[in-house]
Design a protein around this ligand. Structure first.
Ligand code: CA
Length: 229
């Protein structure tokens, strides 16, 4: 699960990208102009930004420049109808990580997004293991001692997030920010409910919970013997 911001004013382009990437269980948000994009980026964290060059008002390349100069490090995939090398260089100079020329194959967008997510600062690996718990991203499957565990999509997303950030403490607010959509109605209470349900599903009856409560701070996934691959 990754949180992806699409900045594109033409629904003919953003709709298919949103639909395609949603199938990979990503959380997708779409804004239609640069000012709105910069606004979102000030307040919320995303794992990848898909940024169109041609936008009403501020062009995508300017959004990219401003975001980078404000310290933003999120990987950016630029979309553009401009195929010339000069434009490509301008985009990359402005701080874009990758570049795709319209019209593009939708599978190509997905492949580029996956490549950006594989970068070290982002999520890595498709199979995560911790003790008896195995989480497979591709098939959206979780098993405990080989037995399949049925998780709701958000329970899965939360578990994946914990397994990718073992031994780090996250407050309920931080989990909301990183795992839920920005416009979600969820509250810290929602997080508590999800964590309770997740514990019931993944913890063994006699051992300590994999998700530790750090009193007054938040939650931590304990991963003494975890590995990803
Ligand atoms: Ca556009």
């Amino acid at each position: 699960m990754a949180k992806i911001l699409i900045v594109e004013d033409e629904a003919d382009f953003s709709d298919p990208i949103r639909a395609y990437l949603s199938r990979d269980h990503h959380v997708i948000e779409v804004v239609t102009n640069g000012a709105e994009a910069l606004d979102r980026l000030r307040f919320y964290k995303y794992d990848v930004i898909i940024l169109d060059w041609m936008l009403p008002g501020m062009p995508g390349v300017e959004v990219c420049k401003q975001f980078r100069s404000s310290g933003g490090t999120t990987p950016i995939l630029m979309l553009t109808a401009k195929g010339q090398t000069g434009e490509k260089i301008t985009g990359l100079d402005a701080g874009a990580d990758d570049y795709l020329t319209k019209p593009f194959d939708i599978g190509e967008v997905s492949a580029r997004v996956r490549a950006l997510l594989r970068r070290p600062q982002a999520v890595t690996g498709n199979v995560l293991k911790h003790g008896q718990i195995v989480l497979e991203r591709d098939t959206h499957r979780v098993t405990r001692t080989g037995e399949e565990v049925q998780l709701l999509p958000k329970e899965f997303a939360l578990l994946e997030f914990f397994m990718r950030h073992p031994n780090q403490v996250f407050s309920a607010e931080a989990l909301l920010d990183r795992v839920w959509a920005s416009d979600s109605e969820a509250s810290p209470e929602t997080i508590r409910t999800y964590i309770k349900r997740l514990r019931q599903k993944i913890d063994s009856k006699d051992g300590p919970s994999l998700i530790h409560t750090v009193h007054g701070v938040g939650y931590k996934f304990s991963a003494g013997e975890s590995k990803s691959g």
